[in-house]
Design a protein around this ligand. Structure first.
Ligand SMILES: NC(=O)C1=CN([C@@H]2O[C@H](COP(=O)(O)OP(=O)(O)OC[C@H]3O[C@@H](n4cnc5c(N)ncnc54)[C@H](OP(=O)(O)O)[C@@H]3O)[C@@H](O)[C@H]2O)C=CC1
Ligand SMILES: O=C1O[C@H](COP(=O)(O)O)[C@@H](O)[C@H](O)[C@H]1O
Length: 514
């Protein structure tokens, strides 16, 4: 067996619902091409683009070509493109019309025969969530699930609007698919460094023994974006940062930092541990607790890198009186033996000064009775996990300043993954599509995780709905509402600089990312 054959996912028909949409264009077509180029898709596959808009196969292939040229991390060469393009067909289909699904079944049989596909079906729903239920019913009623091979459903976020709507949606899906067949995408779980959290934690003698409240003072998780709401106001103004980022990406990252080691590296064991961590989140009992521990903010006009920026309420397709939050910061606790008393500070926002996703683990200082205890120049040890756009980790330690007695200075030692691997790091969507095609579900969210995360954030949304906590404002291009900084100060901490914006006095041992 050649190397190429050994890494290829089993052949399947990929049904791309929402094939004329933004996600397909920016992420899904480029991901499929990269998988093909790397031999992770062999020749026994077909992609059927599905949406209402009329398109011929040729027009559709041209759309795919343009998307790959613009967004793929690989350059497209003509010979490979021609071979790849043959696997793509388009069929106009309205999701509410079951007849169309019957026709799709006929098309599927032709594609199975043409490409030697063994009856495997991957249904990717790049659609608004209110269409997930209707698609599932029509897949069943149109006969598309009657097959000798496997059938899997890949669905995009948001999975509902709150716990109640998520439950309803899940119930609909469960009428057609088993939980094991449902792959709920959280694209942060496809990011290399998010997946690396487990490896760092569980394969290094350095970290695991210290990974608890005896040694860790606090954990800081930042998901900062420079972009504003862009053209997505219609969706975002209803969703806000809490539903768009906290319920999913932020809490998923938190659960990976906080989880206990699984007994086996089996997807269900890992997800069991993540859901336990989510269940241990201390719920906010009252509106007053929400107000004390959670900060919601909305950006006003400001500037970034010399460019003037409008405020959120002035953006197109946003209600000029909108109270939607574009920033959420919170102090949360994981109430279990490992984490009791350790604050997790989390924040996410649009129009912040840098695009970065980072986790900072701040360690407690050395005990009072040792040599350097009363030194004010002792800085806490940090472990920093850089997820995006830089990928890597660094640790900050204290060391003697060379040539000078009695002077201690912080030193950062760095593993810069993106400097070494750079453009070849697979994009999250490549990894996740490949995993779904291989039946590897570790980095997809299971229903109980989703439900637990909704239950946690619903309490905040409820307090805000009742309007008992303030909507802070922050200037576009700033680090968000000052109240969040004050919260850390109350606890004797501050936000560590992110995105390599280290304090001036730190020496970098391998400063390639600076
Ligand atoms: N775009 C992004 O970066 C991200 C998107 N997502 C999620 O992915 C999903 C898709 O997002 P996005 O691509 O941006 O959305 P778009 O609005 O760009 O695309 C929606 C797609 O759905 C199709 N569609 C709508 N109604 C029907 C129908 N009745 N029958 C058949 N097709 C229909 C549209 O095609 P047509 O009009 O031709 O029918 C279009 O292809 C959403 O759930 C979104 O939240 C998640 C993370 C990031
Ligand atoms: O899911 C989403 O994520 C993006 C940020 O993703 P990233 O990979 O660029 O960090 C965010 O802009 C968007 O609002 C949200 O829906």
């Amino acid at each position: 067996m050649s190397k190429q054959e050994s890494i290829a996912a089993a052949g399947a028909v990929y049904y791309l619902f929402g094939a004329t949409g933004d996600l397909a264009r920016r992420k899904l077509f480029p991901a499929l091409f990269s998988l093909y180029k790397e031999g992770k898709l062999a020749e026994d596959f077909a992609v059927v683009g599905l949406a209402r808009r009329p398109r011929t196969n040729e027009q559709f292939r041209e759309d795919v070509h343009e998307s790959i040229k613009e967004f793929c991390r690989y350059k497209v060469d003509d010979a490979l493109w021609s071979k790849f393009a043959e696997h793509f067909v388009y069929m106009p289909l309205d999701i509410n019309n079951v007849e169309g699904f019957r026709e799709l079944k006929g098309l599927t049989e032709q594609l199975d025969a043409k490409f030697g596909i063994p009856g495997n079906r991957l249904f990717y729903l790049a659609l608004a969530p209110d269409l997930f239920g209707p698609v599932s019913f029509n897949l069943r009623d149109g006969g598309l699930l009657e097959t000798q091979g496997w059938s899997r459903l890949v669905i995009e976020k948001p999975f509902g609007y709150d716990l109640e709507s998520a439950r309803k949606l899940n119930k609909q899906l469960n009428q057609v698919f088993q939980e094991e067949q449902i792959y709920r995408i959280d694209h942060y779980l496809g990011k290399e460094m998010v997946q690396n959290i487990q490896v760092l934690r569980f394969s290094n003698a350095f970290f695991e023994p210290l990974w608890n409240n005896k040694h860790i003072a606090n954990v800081q998780i930042t998901l900062a974006e420079t972009v504003g709401v862009e053209e997505r106001g219609g969706y975002y103004d209803k969703s806000g940062a809490l539903r768009d980022m906290v319920q999913n990406h932020l809490l998923q990252m938190l659960s990976m930092i906080a989880m206990e080691p699984p007994s086996r590296l089996h997807p269900e064991d890992i997800r069991d541990e993540k859901v336990k961590a989510l269940r241990s989140l201390r719920p906010f009992a009252t509106d007053e607790e929400v107000a004390r521990n959670v900060v919601r903010g909305q950006y006003t006009a400001g500037a970034l890198k010399g460019k003037d920026l409008t405020g959120y309420r002035e953006e197109d397709s946003v209600n000029p009186e909108s109270k939607t939050e574009t920033y959420v910061g919170a102090r949360v606790f994981v109430d279990n033996f490992r984490w009791a008393g350790v604050p997790f500070y989390i924040r996410t926002g649009k129009r912040l000064p840098v695009k970065t996703t980072e986790v900072v683990i701040e360690f407690k200082n050395v005990p009072d009775n040792v040599l350097f205890a009363n030194r004010h120049d002792l800085s806490p040890n940090l472990l920093v996990i850089r997820v995006n756009p830089m990928e890597g980790i660094y640790i900050k330690i204290n060391a003697k300043k060379p040539g000078v007695d009695n002077v201690i200075q912080p030193v950062s030692m760095e593993f810069c993954q993106s400097c070494q691997i750079g453009i070849n790091t697979p994009e999250a969507y490549e990894r996740l599509i490949y995993d779904a095609a291989r039946g590897e579900s570790t980095y997809f969210t299971r229903w109980d995780e989703v439900a637990q995360a909704w239950a946690f954030v619903d309490r905040m949304a409820q307090a805000w709905r009742e309007d008992n906590s303030e909507l802070h404002t922050y200037a576009a291009g700033s680090w968000g509402p000052a109240r969040m900084d004050e919260m850390l100060e109350e606890d004797g901490f501050f936000w560590w600089p992110v995105n390599g914006q280290e304090e001036d006095n730190v020496i970098w041992i391998s400063g390639s990312s600076k």
